[in-house]
Design a protein around this ligand. Structure first.
Ligand code: GLC
Length: 422
């Protein structure tokens, strides 16, 4: 199920000595596939400070949805082999509700919480309890090829219509793809959809908590996404892309525009990591319909300790290390990940490396969360399926939304929620 098991390099010696040295303890950290290449170094820094602890890194699948399903298999079986889980911000409620996480309030200095961006801490709480610490945050952004825009005298697209037109025109002119985003049937597709939906003024639920995919805004949002294919702004292959497929095309110089998370900026600036577009990329907020403001989806990953871990204290120590100022600064500078501590944004070195942080800080702070509810992953699975069918043209947009609305109504009915214990 796991793709690979690696053992932190700095900890190899303690591990080899562990038979002779009863003082050496091992903890295991499950974490998604690493596009930044920095996870190992973060663990190494921890091991240097805690020579008695060996850390095993378990690399999980890249797709958030696949990773979720792998975690559920382990946690539902009360698996003791994993001590720390890096969890997507949207799973906190589900995992806490299921009793799979250790509450952290009694273990970490809760005073430090005010040093984190408020939205990231909110994503670690469920029912007034702290279940994790925020590791890094994410917000969807538009990446544009600055050189191509300026050469053709085109402004950065501010509306979806402008993006569609510019992507189709500039893509064709330069013999490359216009606009790449995340269209595979997984959580990334829901993030892309919500950004369009919110920018249209819609939402997944109305103010009474009733699903609202029967709204005109939902129909408008799916139509905007579908038009990207119809108007040749995006190739049909986008329906198989996750973050990395889109990112590789864009940093390989084969796409004019991309929707992605901020980590892609650092990779776009790094020729050693294969970027063909260093110094030629600009970032901006995503488009919106004319006359409306943009919306960005709040993403991000938290670090939680498994309730089944036999080594809670060491696990908490690693969580505290990875979320510390020093580790977050390292991860920002060398991995391009957005910090969750405000002070890292104010750091001189970070500001010099990422001048756009200042300009986009407001977007990072105001990114909108997905619904905080234990059944969100189950609802999202349905949305992924319905949306993907509509975008692939297997059903009409109207039919897909009608079926989706019915399904979500059934799944969120009091009876269904009672049955699932949510
Ligand atoms: C990023 C975000 C996460 C989101 C995922 C979707 O990893 O941080 O919150 O669910 O992308 O692909």
């Amino acid at each position: 199920m796991w793709k690979k098991t690696t053992i932190a390099a700095c900890c190899v010696l303690p591990l080899l000595l562990s038979c002779a040295d009863p003082g050496t303890r091992t903890i295991t950290w499950a974490v998604g596939k690493d596009p930044t290449g920095r996870h190992q170094a973060l663990v190494d820094a921890f091991c240097r400070r805690h020579p008695g602890i060996t850390v095993k890194l378990l690399e999980m699948p890249e797709s958030s949805t696949a990773q979720h399903d792998a975690y559920v298999t382990h946690l539902a079986a009360a698996d003791q082999s994993i001590d720390i889980y890096s969890i997507d911000i949207i799973w906190t409620a589900e995992f806490a509700n299921a009793g799979w996480l250790s509450p952290l309030g009694g273990h970490v200095d809760t005073l430090q919480l005010k040093e984190f961006l408020p939205g990231t801490v909110a994503g670690c709480r469920y029912r007034d309890t702290l279940w994790a610490l925020p590791w890094f945050t994410d917000a969807g952004l538009l990446f544009s090829r600055a050189d191509i825009l300026s050469e053709s005298g085109s402004p950065v697209p501010k509306t979806w219509q402008q993006l569609e037109t510019a992507a189709a025109r500039l893509g064709a002119k330069h013999g490359m793809t216009g606009y790449v985003w995340q269209g595979q049937q997984y959580e990334g597709l829901v993030c892309n959809f919500l950004e369009v939906l919110w920018s249209c003024g819609g939402d997944l639920f109305d103010s009474t908590g009733r699903p609202s995919l029967d709204s005109p805004e939902a129909a408008q949002a799916v139509a905007i996404m579908k038009r990207m294919f119809d108007g040749n702004a995006s190739p049909p292959g986008v329906l198989t892309y996750k973050e990395e497929e889109a990112r590789q095309l864009f940093t390989g110089g084969q796409a004019v525009f991309m929707r992605n998370w901020p980590y892609a900026w650092a990779l776009a600036q790094d020729a050693a990591k294969g970027s063909a577009v260093t110094g030629r990329v600009m970032l901006s907020a995503l488009p919106a319909p004319a006359g409306r403001g943009p919306a960005s989806c709040l993403g991000g990953w938290n670090l939680a300790v498994s309730r089944f871990s036999k080594n809670q204290a060491d696990a908490v120590a690693l969580v505290e290390h990875l979320t510390s100022f020093e580790a977050q600064k390292d991860f920002a500078l060398n991995g391009g990940r957005l910090p969750t501590r405000s002070a890292v944004y104010a750091d001189g070195e970070v500001r010099r490396a990422y001048p756009h942080f200042e300009q986009l800080y407001a977007a990072f702070r105001t990114a909108r969360p997905r619904p905080v509810r234990p059944d969100y992953p189950a609802l999202s699975d349905e949305i992924q399926l319905g949306l993907h069918r509509a975008l692939a043209g297997n059903v009409t947009v109207a039919q897909a939304l009608r079926e989706l609305q019915e399904r979500l109504m059934r799944m969120t009915s009091p009876a269904a929620r009672r049955e699932r214990g949510t």
